[in-house]
Ligand binder design. Sequence first.
Ligand code: C2O
Ligand code: CU
Ligand code: CU
Length: 470
Amino acid sequence: MIDKRQFLKGAGAAVLAALAPARVSAQSNAPRLTMPPLLDATKTGRFALRAGAGQVSFLGSVASDTWGFNAPYLGPVLRVPHQGEVQAQIENALAEDISVHWHGLIIPGDVDGGPMQPIAPQGAWSPVLPIDQPPATIWYHSHIHERTAAHVQKGLSGVIHLVDGRDQERGLPTEYGVDDLTLVLQDRRADPSGRVTYAPSMHDRMMGFEGDIVLVNGQFGAQAVVPRGIVRLRLLNGSNARIFVLGMDDGRLLHLIATDSGLLDQPTSLEFLTLAPGERAEVLVDFGDGLDAALISGPSPNTGLGLAAPVMPFRVDDTLTPRITSLPTGLGGSRPDLPESGALRREFSLDMRMGMGMMMGGGLTINGASYDMNTVNFTAERGQVEHWVVNGAMMMHPFHVHGVAFQVLRENGGPPRDQNIGWKDTVLINGQAELLMRFDHPASPALPYMYHCHILEHEDGGMMGQFAVD
Ligand code: C2O
Ligand code: CU
Ligand code: CU
């Protein structure tokens, strides 16, 4: 196994290069990557999603049973204004309860869509989402107690672009599917026939379920075709457990422009980007040299398991007119600077009891307790800045909090990693992270917010808690 701390500290590029498969060249016969359908709610202020079953042949001709929203697998990209009320309309055409949680939307608990808000088979849910936060790339997914991992594997998730219409002024790529690409990264396992399967073993429940093939927007082996200029990648790690350590195979930089909860003040150049389940990042990649390149990932820092192929090759098409050819300097986003003094301190420890404890259930806990739907673990106060000290045992855990964007104050006592300088709602805990946050919306004890590990087998196994905001 690779040294985890070294991985996250800076020798990353070398590590990545050493682990990378030989340079992958783009192939003219590979299928072209497609984007999820775009559902634009900026004019109408409403959108409708219908969860249903389908079939997809991911590899070869054998079909896998899948679920999706308005599609056999995954859901549309919803383009939604960053301010104002949006009417959502969800229908459940599946044979079991689902929910739709807006991972990254900072909205009250009564419309958050967590495990307390199941939508029954043939049922519907029509929340009005009162949105008021900076533009960002957001995730939506089913969040049923003990079933989130299975639901997300099956395909019940999608992406939201929260927009303010000003990206052109910012000098950012905005052409959907041309120079503004949405990439949902998900690892999967396939049986010898090519059918994608999910049958987690005891080991998978402990370490998280990882596969060795990667789907991008539900496609296997696709390649992106891009103009000879600056391309924006809106990356979502929609995997159950795999942590991607992303970089370009020729060493070209990833220019980070946005973290989970929105734009940075200026781009930050990264040789590699660690993206854990639930995290989003927007990066610019410069293809102005006209050369093809591939996005690759090192092996999982938690298990050492690699991927069978690069994440995705990019082919530059000279017939596409590049719109953006230089990196923007100012992005107009903000660096979080919540006050540490006077903050209310809380400690969380993400624990794993292996062996018997695990076998008997109750092995995955936060502060010694497994998630209990009937227990509200604490109540926070609106407007109060909180200082959360989060420790993770045994392995790396992506820690997510509903209803808020937080600042990563420190990691293992030092400054946050470069990729964590912006507003976040999910952070990979590799030892300890300290977070500053302030809750501005209410969440009742009946419809509380969740905090949990976003390795979905851990979340379903009990590494989750819930809290109200008064
Ligand atoms: Cu991505 Cu509790 O959720
Ligand atoms: Cu969430
Ligand atoms: Cu975990």
